[in-house]
Design a protein around this ligand. Structure first.
Ligand code: MRU
Length: 365
């Protein structure tokens, strides 16, 4: 089993030392219980992503890349060993696993981005060397690179984000875009945690984030443990704290950014942006360039995940909270119109409108 704590942060996702399992902290149980899961089989991996045991766009990408590495190894040495596969059969099976993992959640583009990246890394070993062992090593190395790059990206985003705020500012955030959702520091929470390390204090207001309470369970937990001044509010209180003049900036993460800057993030984010525009508060999206999808021209092209009605009706309640059989609408994400976004902070710099140009420049860098 690998070391699960590192530098005061959770190792939320890692590869077990023998390379035959992905180890995750089960985020669906936090903050009440800290339990680690070892993902060995494709169905366990799919379940972990679908049921938000691992969640947050970059963390899902890192986890999926490691899952592909585990599956690549298990086909050679482990429980799903399939004898003497030809190289073409091996690659075909890997692609099949990749498609299966990608189908677990549709909105965060980091998932397909990471799976495609490790597959691309495997192709030369298969096509040129016809060597399945080399291909598995290439998948593993690429997965590790994705993880390491994410740490660097979060750090760079945090530095850029810090330029947008000043000591003592009030910051409102929605959902969870902290270390648990990424690798280290996080994106939207990165500037706050980096600032804290440097003795710069902010006052954070964390939306609880209905229906699955990522803000209450995870953001409040991460910031509180880091010693940040954090106040938990219900989603419908955001207007009041902005009206009171307590918020100088909104910082949110992202699951997919379209070429025109329209941004999908946790359901409720677009409402925060509308409120921020009303009260004249800048609204910033923070995320790595791997979350920009230039193949989506606008938010209309971003697939929005629909989840089970039970999450609204009964999850977290001792008793059902709605009449049995009532119709439910449970989208997991919404799209914030680019006109409501003051800037998009990436690891390669701060993009301002017009986003068609500024996003193209950072993705081509
Ligand atoms: O459904 P979730 O919890 O995976 O949603 C996560 C978010 O909406 C985050 O804000 C986003 O993935 C960015 S994480 C750095």
């Amino acid at each position: 089993m690998c070391n699960t704590e590192w530098n005061g942060h959770f190792r939320n996702v890692s590869l077990r030392e023998d390379g035959m399992a992905v180890v995750i902290v089960d985020q669906s149980l936090l903050p009440g219980k800290t339990e680690y899961l070892e993902l060995e089989e494709p169905s366990q991996m799919y379940d972990a992503i679908l049921n938000l045991r691992v969640r947050g766009a970059p963390a899902i990408g890192i986890c999926a890349a490691y899952c592909m590495s585990v599956l690549a190894s298990r086909m050679l040495y482990g429980s799903i060993s399939s004898g003497s596969m030809t190289s073409d059969e091996y690659l075909e099976k890997l692609i099949e696993y990749g498609e299966y993992l990608k189908s677990s959640r549709p909105t965060a583009v980091n998932l397909s981005w990471a799976v495609d990246r490790v597959l691309d890394a495997a192709v030369p070993a298969i096509k040129e060397d016809r060597d399945n062992y080399e291909a598995a090593a290439a998948v593993r190395n690429e997965a590790i690179r994705i993880h390491e790059e994410d740490m660097e990206m979060c750090r760079a985003i945090s530095e850029y984000g810090l330029e947008l705020i000043k000591p003592g500012d009030g910051i409102l955030t929605h959902c969870n875009a902290g270390p648990l959702a990424t690798s280290k520091y996080g994106t939207a929470l990165g500037p706050i945690l980096l600032g804290r390390e440097r003795g710069i204090e902010f006052r954070v207001f964390a939306d609880e984030t209905r229906p699955l309470l990522q803000g209450a369970r995870l953001t409040a937990y991460e910031l509180y443990n880091a010693g940040v001044d954090v106040t938990l509010i219900c989603d419908n209180m955001a207007s009041m704290v902005m009206k009171n003049g307590w918020i100088q900036a909104c910082f949110v993460g992202c699951d997919r950014i379209a070429a025109n800057g329209d941004t999908a993030n946790k359901i409720g984010t677009s409402g925060v942006a509308v409120l921020a525009a009303h009260y004249g508060v800048p609204f910033y999206v923070l995320g790595p360039t791997s979350t920009i999808d230039m193949n989506c021209a606008s938010g209309d092209d971003i697939p929005i995940e629909q989840r089970r009605p039970e999450e609204i009706i009964e999850k977290f309640y001792a008793e059902p909270m709605a009449p049995e059989g009532v119709k439910c609408f449970n989208p997991a994400f919404d799209v914030t119109d680019h006109e409501l976004i003051s800037a998009i902070v990436t690891e390669k710099g701060i993009c301002r409108p017009p986003y068609e140009t500024s996003l193209r420049l950072v993705t081509e860098k």
